[in-house]
Design a binder for this molecule. Structure first.
Ligand code: 5GP
Ligand code: MN
Length: 355
């Protein structure tokens, strides 16, 4: 019976216990929404397609199920919604956390489980009497009163879709578009290791509910400004490899951004260029960001766990996709992180040799 529901609802399949645990979490989150007058929803700093799409869809679903509630989508940063995501229905309704001056009865965190990544929204979360979390990042000690955190889920959007179905709310075309964008972007267009059967099953349901995959691709992957493409060509031209080709690396400096006119928020995909080198197992992309800091993206194409490296420099993420922000310029960040990556790759080599 539970198996049947798993099939039709697109919930975790073949694992009845996991499904039941998720449903218990959903029930607790729904009860918190039920008891709240105002609900604020927020995702992580530097929001990506999953952060934005999941948050928007969740707000739409709560409004559908509880029309009397006040529901607000917050942005952790002061920066506007990245241009490539402005096609998402409802994206013009985001409120900057720094401009939100109330205390919501319930604060719902999506696509993150580390308080530090809430940036300006952190004090709001800390002041709220109740906190719920829907996430897929590995997390040892969730800080919420109720949560569904499933690191094996491809995207927070997968779990939000299942929550919408749990609520008995019909997935509208707008919700479907937001959620499809969430899953498509977090799986690298269904290409990364996290693109599993559940991701495809849920995505298929979203297309049936009215999501338009071609429109998502057109906006997210085929609408680059020339300024960005010129920056990309610089980054491509600089890719180098280390450790017999197992580590691929490239970077962009603050002056590259200035020279090309590219915006920081449109440069999230550059790590995909770096990871595309044949034979590379891990990829590192560094970019200089305002405030004398460097933002790093790490990716693993196989079994190596890059989250370990990100954590060593104060960041985090998943085994196959992680990130961090550190003080300094690109050269300094490179000197700090590259030895750690080398260690990771060499460690794997010596384990292999020992076998
Ligand atoms: P990206 O490289 O695309 O920014 O991030 C890759 C993954 O790592 C995402 O799931 C993101 O949420 C997570 N991540 C990126 N930066 C950080 C960070 O500074 N701290 C933590 N805890 N996770 C991060
Ligand atoms: Mn995500």
């Amino acid at each position: 019976m539970a198996e049947d529901r798993a099939q039709t609802q697109g919930a975790p399949q073949g694992d009845v216990e996991g499904l039941e645990e998720q449903e218990r979490g959903f029930a607790r989150i729904a009860a918190l929404v039920e008891g709240a007058g105002e609900v604020a929803i927020c995702a992580h700093t530097s929001p990506d397609g999953d952060a934005l799409g999941s948050g928007l869809a969740l707000a739409l679903a709560i409004r559908e199920r509880w029309p009397e509630k006040q529901v607000v989508n917050l942005l952790a940063d002061d920066a506007p919604v990245p241009r490539i995501y402005r096609f998402l229905p409802g994206s013009d309704g985001f409120v900057r956390a720094s401009e939100y001056d109330r205390v919501p009865d319930l604060f719902v965190v999506v696509d993150l489980s580390a308080l530090s990544r809430l940036n300006n929204a952190r004090p709001i979360c800390e002041a709220a009497p109740h906190v719920a979390i829907i996430d897929h990042h590995p997390c040892e000690e969730p800080f919420g009163d109720a949560y569904v955190i499933r690191p094996e889920a491809a995207a927070a959007g997968v779990i939000v879709t299942e929550f919408v179905r749990f609520l008995g709310v019909e997935v509208t075309p707008d919700m479907a578009q937001c959620l499809f964008c969430a899953i498509s972007t977090d799986t690298g267009r269904f290409q990364y290791q996290n693109a599993d059967a559940e991701a495809f099953r849920v995505a298929s349901g979203l297309v049936e509910a009215g999501a338009n995959p071609a429109l998502v691709s057109l906006n997210v992957y085929q609408s680059f400004r020339l300024q960005y493409l010129h920056l990309e060509s610089l980054v491509l031209g600089r890719i180098v490899t280390f450790e017999k080709g197992r580590i691929a690396y490239s970077y962009a400096t603050a002056s590259d951004f200035e020279r090309t006119g590219a915006d920081l928020d449109e440069s999230d995909g550059l790590i995909d260029d770096v990871r595309s080198v044949a034979g590379s197992e891990v990829a590192l992309f560094l970019k200089e960001v305002p405030g004398g800091r460097v933002r790093g993206n790490l990716r693993s194409k196989g079994e190596l766990d890059v989250a370990q490296v990100a954590q060593r420099v104060g960041g985090g993420g998943h085994k196959a996709a992680a990130g961090f922000t550190i003080e300094g310029d690109v050269d300094e960040a490179f000197s700090t992180v590259m030895p750690m990556l080398t260690e990771l790759v060499e460690g794997a080599a010596s384990e292999g040799e020992a076998e």
